[in-house]
Design a protein around this ligand. Sequence first.
Ligand code: ATP
Length: 325
Amino acid sequence: MNVIEMDGLRKEFTVRVKAGRLRREKRTVTAVDGVDLRVERGEMLGYIGPNGAGKSTTLKMLTGVLMPSAGRARVCGLRPVPDRTRLALRIGVVFGQRSQLWWDLPLRDSFALLRHVYRVPAGEHAARLARCRSLLDLDEFLDTPVRQLSLGQRMRGELTAALLHGPEVLFLDEPTIGLDVVSKQAVRGFLAELGGAGDTTLVLTTHDLADIERLCRRLVVIDHGRVVHDGSIAALHSRYGSRRMVVAELDAALPALPAPPVLSGAPVQRVEADGRRLVFALESASVAEVVAGLAGLATLRDISIVEPDIEEVVARLYRAPAEVG
Ligand SMILES: Nc1ncnc2c1ncn2[C@@H]1O[C@H](COP(=O)(O)OP(=O)(O)OP(=O)(O)O)[C@@H](O)[C@H]1O
């Protein structure tokens, strides 16, 4: 079942730009330019794109903050803007830059207030809060006013606040922005567990591709308001011809580089450490074939396999979105 549907979703903004010394003229900025997308219950969707691609604008239309200029959006079968109050009970929203907590209150009191705002039965609230407390390690700062929390602590509080009413869909806009390594891991681990359970749909925008690799099976890339990729990370790699690499550490440099037919299907990409480290790209050859081919030529000290780098593929996609169509 689809929990999110977008058909030709579009958002235009009218902005005034300087046109001469005193004159200003109106210009239309198309932030989202006809997005068609279906998201099924329980999916973990990464929604990424370069700065200004239209990610936040899409999330704002889906959460009822902005009215689309054209097209249709449905979340949990509801129209986000007209049905905003009903929708609020079924979705959770975490926008990294904004807070839904009461600044002067301790987290504990914010959570208690939210229970009343959403009219959550006491038992359900207690169970969800207990789970978040243990998974997100909240206890140390539960009684600290929100304004005194570090960014990482606040973000863990925000996540809890977004989940206490048991939403079906969780929208996260840059949930790990500015967090240190430990807090990032805590947030990712928590989201992985939440999404892994299968009954909450996660839609995540981020510039940190490690979030995507850890959490999302499906990746939608937008650029200039249009979808330029929709599929798995593996599909993105194969579309761009990214290869796994084999790094071979040799006892001594070879007199000449191994070339086909000795090592066909795995061309040498780089030679490092004065020729004692060779990096092969796995095209059609397997790791075993590279090892067997090298074994006849040199003494191997170590072999490691490097997975394709998502940063590199995505950077290429951002630079030349038209290539993928
Ligand atoms: N309220 C607004 N008024 C005018 N233009 C806007 C408004 N909000 C967004 N835009 C423009 O719409 C485009 C898309 O912005 P949006 O914030 O959705 O991008 P984004 O993909 O979330 O970017 P980032 O990664 O930088 O957060 C940009 O050109 C932006 O300047």
